[in-house]
Design a protein around this ligand. Structure first.
Ligand code: SF4
Ligand code: SF4
Ligand code: SF4
Length: 353
């Protein structure tokens, strides 16, 4: 493909036609701050944090939505650019309730990072949070629109990537907000609790409710794994705090098969691991009561009972049901055992939970 040349901050750069100024700058190690930009979704140029100066253009341009053109001369670091970016951040800060001390996003907040980057000690404008009630009507996702910066990332990820089409903007001007139709809570909408909006939100406006107060972002260790709930094999990051899984996040950098998306089971269904009611030892029923047993005892009991049933009623009186949460190898061995050792073709698989 023919490349085009442009200049960013005095550096000659080659780019592919159709790329944006932001993409080309980042590919070449030139940092431009962003907030509303979210890879994989439509470019909206809404927040104006990524503005740059382009020679010959009167107004600053949103670099995330500006395609490169031959001979373009771009500056990302002039006083005019920095002053505009700083003012956007100050306005966003002033329009919300940003008490980082009690915010779950503290340490993992793109607005907080920009306040620090631009060395803003206090916004020049009066702080006027809208005073929305915090939504806590479900056990998985908490929404606090007082921390929303109206970047629209949650809307685009829900509509364009998850294709659930739950979210949109409503109202106008200073009363503009995001949410499901008719301002319903998530639990009363057609939200499927995939949690993609949690991952996409750059602030503490949408957070994972299960992991609140379970560990600060810098204390969490991420462990990449494959979801065991079904056969898709989604890649996910278990977020561990002191050896406990406190939340699950999608792995956008991994690519196939899920490109960072998860379903409600993978995202919010891992709490069974540390649940106090989880069975950790086999139980054998005796005289109508369940008692704990060792694995050796349980396997011997199963083998004895299966042998007795087979001897009395034949192999077709037995059946095996395997699980989608086992590996292919385990499932192969299971069907082999049922067919070759037990002697019946009565074997099936739950396919999904
Ligand atoms: S959303 Fe970000 S800036 Fe606002 S309170 Fe939370 S951490 Fe602080
Ligand atoms: S949890 Fe999923 S379906 Fe529900 S609003 Fe967020 S992105 Fe949309
Ligand atoms: S809730 Fe979060 S992702 Fe959605 S518009 Fe507000 S700040 Fe952006």
């Amino acid at each position: 493909m023919n490349k085009i040349s442009l200049t960013i901050n005095g550096k000659k750069i080659e780019a592919v036609p159709g790329q944006t100024v932001l993409e080309v700058a980042r590919e070449n190690g030139i940092d431009i701050p962003t907030l509303c930009y979210y890879p994989g979704t439509k470019l909206v140029g809404a927040c104006r944090v990524c503005v740059v100066e382009i020679e010959g253009q009167r107004c600053l341009a949103a670099s995330c939505a500006m395609p490169v053109s031959p001979g373009m001369v771009v500056r990302t670091d002039t006083p005019r650019v920095v002053e505009a970016q700083k003012m956007v951040v100050e306005l966003l800060w002033a329009s919300g309730d940003h008490n980082c001390l009690v915010c779950e996003a503290n340490g993992n907040c793109e607005l907080q990072d920009l306040v620090y980057r631009f060395k803003i000690e206090k916004p020049r404008f009066p702080i006027e949070p809208p005073g929305y009630p915090v939504e806590r009507s479900n056990t998985m996702i908490q929404r606090d629109l007082n921390k929303c910066i109206l970047c629209g990332r949650c809307i685009r990820v829900c509509n364009e990537i998850q294709v659930n089409e739950v979210l949109d903007f409503s109202e106008r001007g200073s009363r503009m907000k995001v949410g499901p139709a008719f301002d319903a809570d998530y639990i009363d909408s057609n939200c499927v609790f995939c949690g993609a909006c949690v991952d996409a939100c750059p602030t503490g406006a949408i957070v994972n409710r299960q992991s609140r107060f379970e560990g600060r972002p810098w204390e969490l260790k991420k462990v990449r794994t494959t979801c065991g709930y079904c056969g898709v094999g989604c890649q996910m990051d278990l977020n561990l705090h002191e050896g406990r899984i406190v939340k699950v996040t999608g792995s956008r950098d991994h690519g196939t098969p899920n490109y960072g998306s998860l379903c409600v089971k993978g995202r919010f269904g891992m709490d069974f691991i540390h649940h106090p009611s989880r069975l950790k030892k086999p139980l054998i029923r005796e005289g109508g009561e369940l008692r704990e047993a060792s694995w050796d005892e349980a396997y011997s009991y199963i083998a004895d009972r299966m042998s007795a049933i087979k001897a009395k009623h034949g192999p077709d009186s037995l059946a095996g049901l395997s699980s989608a949460r086992c590996t292919n190898e385990e499932n192969y061995l299971f069907q082999k055992f049922i067919r070759a050792a037990v002697g019946t073709n009565n074997v099936d698989h739950c396919a999904r939970l």
